[in-house]
Design a binder for this molecule. Structure first.
Ligand SMILES: N[C@@H](CCC(=O)N[C@@H](CS)C(=O)NCC(=O)O)C(=O)O
Length: 213
């Protein structure tokens, strides 16, 4: 959408994140698609940045992402931040049913999807403390594959998760689905998911995980 028509256009937005966080990537994706400028304050989990008193004042739950809103409040939880950013825009449809359907997918991501994709990626690819075929990694992938089956079936015959245009539901599900291979997943058989991932990458304002310097 044109940046000037966003209700938060021109207002200061600061994101506390880490370099590789998929949950924080959701927020960077949202700002890119919505044409909003975002200042990043990037922390390092390995260096213990999230354990400091200074970080506890940003988020006592000691997780990223956290958004400093123009009201001067630090807002935690990726889905809450997406909701905050999308209000008053097509990324959160105004209809009662569509809004509830978006909420369903946000819950799905947190309860049935995110951990099953994020944990193997974290342990195999980022920390390198687990192997692809460790039983615990296979167990995560069994859970994640069930979520992938549900997503693929839902995306058959439709372009986006809710309605006919992209919403924050699509943004929420994009990062960990797109990085699934880093956790040992093979999603190549899911044609509808792969077409949807390509569609999300092709939208104006798409922000990659790592932006060119
Ligand atoms: N439910 C939270 C999960 C956030 C989360 O797991 N963040 C990770 C980075 S992707 C984190 O901060 N991990 C550090 C920790 O939990 O110690 C959300 O959706 O924002």
């Amino acid at each position: 959408m044109p940046p000037t028509s966003h209700p938060l256009a021109g207002k200061p937005l600061e994101l506390a994140d880490t370099l590789r966080s998929g949950n924080a990537w959701k927020i960077r994706l949202a700002c890119g698609y919505m044409g909003l400028a975002l200042i990043r304050r990037t922390f390092d989990i390995v260096q213990g940045d999230l354990e400091t008193d200074a970080f506890a004042r940003i988020n006592p739950w000691r997780q990223v992402p956290v958004l400093l809103t123009p009201e001067g409040e630090w807002l935690a939880e990726s889905q809450a931040i997406l909701w905050y950013l999308a209000q008053g825009t097509p990324w959160l449809p105004a209809g009662r049913l569509e809004q509830a359907q978006v909420s369903s997918w946000l819950s799905f991501e947190q309860t049935q999807h995110m951990h099953a994709f994020a944990q193997p990626r974290l342990l195999i690819h980022l920390r390198r403390t687990a192997q692809m075929d460790d039983p615990a990694m296979k167990a995560w992938r069994e859970i994640g594959m069930k979520a992938a089956v549900l997503m693929d079936a839902h995306l058959a015959g439709r372009d986006y998760l809710v309605g006919t245009a992209p919403t924050i539901a699509d943004i929420a599900l994009f990062p960990y689905t797109s990085m699934a291979a880093e956790g040992g997943y093979d999603l190549s058989g899911f044609a509808h998911i792969n077409a949807w991932l390509a569609r999300m990458r092709a939208l104006p304002g798409f922000t990659p995980l790592f932006e060119a310097a």
